[in-house]
Ligand binder design. Sequence first.
Ligand code: SAH
Length: 226
Amino acid sequence: MNRIQLRPESKGLGMTSQRARDRMVERLREQGIRDERVLNVMRALPRHVFIDEGLASRAYEDTALPIGNAQTISQPWVVARMTEAMIETGMPARVLEIGTGSGYQTAVLAALGLQVFTVERIEELLRSARPRFRSLKLHEQIRSKHDDGNLGWPENGPFDAILLTCAAPALVTPLLAQLGEPGVLVSPVGTDAGKQKLLRVIKADGAISEQDLGPVSFVPLLPGVL
Ligand code: SAH
């Protein structure tokens, strides 16, 4: 039997280090993420802060992880891809996010310098996310509310960009209405978890165009609040 005491690094603390984040970013690059602005923010932002301590040692694996209330923090590749897709056609200033969850995607957007409005239907998740924004000194750029994101946040619209981190059965009409012009909306769409696609909608020059960015797997956009 091995009785050697594990040092903190081998127990997992080292798994939350800068080196672990550097490795995550190298993997993202290998997986096709090209935008240096996104890679730099994800290299700097501590993802383990958004995850329960018991799972923090897995924070930089490319996987979704449970955050309670039957929800998950999105896998790093998905966060990178969605963010990249959102800023590819120009850096937005004001963004609406539906589905705060752990707050990691919100923090990525704020760390890029954007003003973020984020809506979450589960109050408990929002209560855990807010102190994280504060501890990372990103809170001045983030406004959050507990509500049904299907309604958007009309008082603060129109937005330069809208991002959904949960899958809608179809593009959400009130959200399209709150998208400014020019504007970009990125949303997973589909009911069957195995058959969702990531859509990018661009509103420009009086027209709306839609692009399929490939298959994804997200928790569903649900009605009402908890
Ligand atoms: N970006 C988050 C993803 C969390 S999972 C992260 O990386 O942690 C998606 C989130 O969408 C869940 O927290 C879920 O509660 C939320 N959600 C689902 N339907 C919603 C709705 N109608 N309004 C607001 N949030 C919703």
